[in-house]
Write a protein that binds this ligand. Structure first.
Ligand SMILES: Cc1cc2nc3c(=O)[nH]c(=O)nc-3n(C[C@H](O)[C@H](O)[C@H](O)COP(=O)(O)OP(=O)(O)OC[C@H]3O[C@@H](n4cnc5c(N)ncnc54)[C@H](O)[C@@H]3O)c2cc1C
Ligand code: FES
Length: 260
């Protein structure tokens, strides 16, 4: 059940690289958010429609009745969002997404690429609360793209996260897949929970297949409606030889089942 809510902006500020942090009061949506769920945000004022469609963002965290959204600025939809100020109201639809990360594994290896890490942060909180062991890998090209580093520190996750930068400007030098085989095979009944750019998810999925560890991918296809009616976000389901709507039948899929 999703809710269309007018939310008060409590913070909207530049973090680093191309990332901004948006905090909104969403007393209704925030009540029952699960890891991997997302929202559709209308960046413009109520009577403005350019751009027309809302944009999809992961719910990176819930603090009381506030939702935290980390967003990278690419085009019109996110550019317009940077203009919105504290104290203004914004329209948000959520929480969306029904098929979420599986809960029946003994060890979780979270693999986040770039802003995709925001699709895993709630899962980290959930696993910690349930005392399920996990490690999170956070990969970016350069240090300035580590926009969730402060969130990691503020929430006491420093020992749970290994950071990889391609240029070695922070943490481990290399790709987020560098130590995947070792980390994914040292504990029994391990699952990979993955979110990030397509190329990175493909690489993780192929490595997971090679080493025989299941991988669940939280997909971030382009979305127009976000709730199943426009058929704009489909992914091929190889297993069932059909197409699935990422917003409605996802956003999480077993990597074995889909064609990326
Ligand atoms: C379920 C879901 C969760 C998401 N969560 C987040 C999130 O937490 N934070 C976040 O920043 N984004 C997230 N995204 C992606 C986000 O929806 C898009 O980046 C956003 O819609 C871009 O809108 P725009 O109007 O700024 O760009 P558009 O005008 O749509 O695109 C402008 C240009 O930028 C390119 N572009 C757009 N988005 C991306 C991208 N993500 N990577 C590379 N190139 C891109 C387009 O191809 C185009 O060339 C999520 C998407 C989905 C479906
Ligand atoms: S975004 Fe419209 S069906 Fe998924």
């Amino acid at each position: 059940m999703y809710i269309d809510e007018r939310c008060l902006i409590t913070e909207n500020r530049f973090i680093s690289g191309r990332t901004w942090l948006l905090k909104v009061k969403a007393p209704k949506i925030s009540k029952n958010v699960k890891p991997a769920q997302f929202v559709m945000v209308k960046g413009t004022f109520e009577n403005q429609y350019d751009p027309m469609m809302r944009r999809a963002f992961a719910i990176a965290d819930v603090e009381g009745d506030e939702l935290l959204i980390y967003y990278d600025v690419y085009g019109k939809g996110t550019e317009v969002l940077t203009k919105r100020k504290k104290g203004e109201e914004i329209n948000i639809l959520g929480a969306l997404g029904k098929n979420l990360f599986p809960e029946n594994f003994d060890y979780y290896l979270l693999v986040g690429g770039g802003i995709g890490f925001a699709g895993l942060s709630l899962l980290m909180k959930d696993l910690k609360r349930k005392e399920v062991p996990f490690k999170a890998l956070y990969g970016v090209r350069r240090k300035d793209q580590l926009s969730m580093l402060q969130w990691i520190k503020d929430n006491g996750f420093e020992d749970d996260v290994i950071v990889y930068t391609e240029d070695g400007s922070y943490g481990e030098k290399g790709l987020v897949t560098r130590d995947l085989e070792k980390l994914a095979t040292e504990n029994k009944n391990t699952v990979l929970a993955v979110c990030g750019p397509k190329g990175m998810m493909k690489a993780v999925a192929s490595e997971a297949k090679r080493i025989g560890v299941p991988a669940y991918l939280s997909l971030e296809s382009k979305m127009a409606c976000g709730f199943g009616i426009c058929i704009g976000c489909v992914v091929k389901d190889k297993k069932e030889d059909t197409y699935k709507r990422v917003c409605y039948e996802g956003p999480v899929f077993n990597a074995e089942d889909i064609e990326l």
